[in-house]
Ligand binder design. Structure first.
Ligand SMILES: Nc1ncnc2c1ncn2[C@@H]1O[C@H](COP(=O)(O)OP(=O)(O)OP(=O)(O)O)[C@@H](O)[C@H]1O
Ligand SMILES: [Mg+2]
Length: 396
């Protein structure tokens, strides 16, 4: 199957929607044309996407502003499995956008949807989501319920995760019920240890203690890490683009062509000097906490209905080996960036606050063993990470 054209709308809330334009897969590649009214007074949906009348493109890859609506690993796996179970095969990214319809992260939605399914909201237990994840990973598709697919297919990232509503301690999948908060819950991937949620929880606690801007987060029963969604606020939505989407990096998660300097410069340009200082703090945290999975999709910008761009709260912090053991985002040439590298970068960018960021991060990382133990991280893992953090610090 191949969907050839789709309307792109922005849905700030159920009663505040506007047509942005039409996206097409033409014989020469992807094309886009703005709705004339959007050109009159609509906002810029990406800092780098053109805003001209007439037919734009062709592009061989879906431009990042729209590609950002598509999940990468897990969400794509869920939706492609669902399609397969129905005898469909998605040939183009436009098929996947149509499959998502209104069920996207961020504020952009795609119409007409592939299926006009009237989905119901249902209560779910986290244990049930864990079981469904297992079945999915084992290739058992029969029981893949509509709501599970919806909840599992909209968000990016590698680890199995679901968008859920939470209200009075109960979890909901399907359309978020009135009064529920929108959260993300993350489960271990096949190759992950069981306590990966507890590690992420302790890392988020440390980030918060270091003064970084964290979303609300919790460790739910069974060691399931959950984070409140920052692209949702009741039934309102914010537009979100990752660093990768702004620069049209496609599926390229690991690229040595970019690094922290580009990220900091982009952050300053898009979201201002304060945001750049916050990003500097995140970089220092990632370096000292050995979060080497600090790739181009793990940094994002939010845009409100007035076109105001901000840096999103921090997310996806954990102890992680990067590609070939390196940080996904380089800083200088060494695999182990140092305090001197950070200072030199900050000086080039005229950014203040390096010493404070290093001190705050060192202080909070000292509480790793205590926080990790309290979160339920296995004793052997606590010990291993403690010694790796010490080694990083002494080489810094
Ligand atoms: N609190 C949040 N609110 C809204 N969107 C979020 C939130 N946290 C993460 N996201 C989005 O969901 C995506 C996946 O989340 P996350 O990076 O935590 O998952 P992951 O599977 O651990 O990723 P990775 O593949 O990098 O290991 C992110 O790239 C981000 O765009
Ligand atoms: Mg991620």
């Amino acid at each position: 199957m191949s969907v050839r054209t789709l309307e792109v709308w922005v849905r700030w809330s159920p009663d505040d929607e506007r047509a942005v334009g039409t996206l097409a897969h033409a014989p020469d590649g992807y094309r886009f044309e703005y709705a004339p009214r959007w050109l009159d007074d609509g906002i810029d949906l990406s800092p780098r996407f053109p805003r001209n009348a007439g037919l734009l493109g062709p592009w061989s890859m879906l431009p990042g502003v729209f590609a950002g609506s598509l999940p990468d690993h897990w969400g794509r796996f869920v939706m492609d499995r669902r399609a397969m179970a129905r005898g469909l095969r998605f040939a183009l990214d436009l098929d996947r956008l149509a499959f998502l319809g209104d069920n996207t992260a961020g504020a952009l939605v795609y119409r007409p949807p592939l299926e006009d399914a009237e989905s119901q909201t249902s209560v779910v237990e986290l244990q049930e989501l864990a079981t469904q994840t297992q079945l999915l990973l084992e290739g058992k598709l029969e029981d893949l319920a509509e709501q599970i697919t919806m909840a599992g297919s909209s968000m990016g990232g590698t680890r199995p995760k679901y968008a859920v509503g939470i209200k009075r301690g109960r979890f909901y999948i399907g359309p978020t019920p009135t009064g529920a908060e929108a959260w993300l819950v993350k489960f271990p991937a096949r190759s992950d240890p069981d306590d990966i949620g507890a590690v992420e929880y302790a890392y988020m606690q440390m980030a918060e203690l270091a003064g970084l801007q964290t979303p609300e987060f919790r460790l739910f029963e069974g060691g399931v890490f959950g984070v409140k969604r920052f692209d949702r606020d009741n039934n309102r939505r914010l537009h979100i683009l990752t660093f990768a989407d702004v620069f049209d990096m496609g599926d390229l998660v690991t690229t040595y062509a970019t690094g922290y300097e580009d990220l900091l410069r982009a952050t300053w340009r898009i979201a201002g000097a304060r945001a750049a200082r916050e990003m500097l703090g995140r970089m220092v945290f990632n370096l000292l906490s050995h979060n080497r999975d600090d790739h181009v999709r793990n940094h994002a910008f939010l845009c409100d209905r007035h076109g105001k761009w901000t840096l999103s709260p921090v997310y996806d912090l954990t102890f992680a080996e990067g590609p070939n053991g390196l940080h996904s985002l380089a800083l200088g040439e060494s695999p182990n960036p140092t305090y001197a590298d950070v200072k030199a970068l900050a000086a080039r960018l005229k950014l203040q606050g390096v010493d404070e960021a290093v001190k705050a991060t060192r202080n909070t990382l000292a509480s790793w063993p205590k926080l990790a133990k309290a979160a339920g991280v296995k004793a052997s893992r606590v010990k291993e990470i403690t010694s790796r953090l010490k080694a990083v610090d002494s080489g810094f």
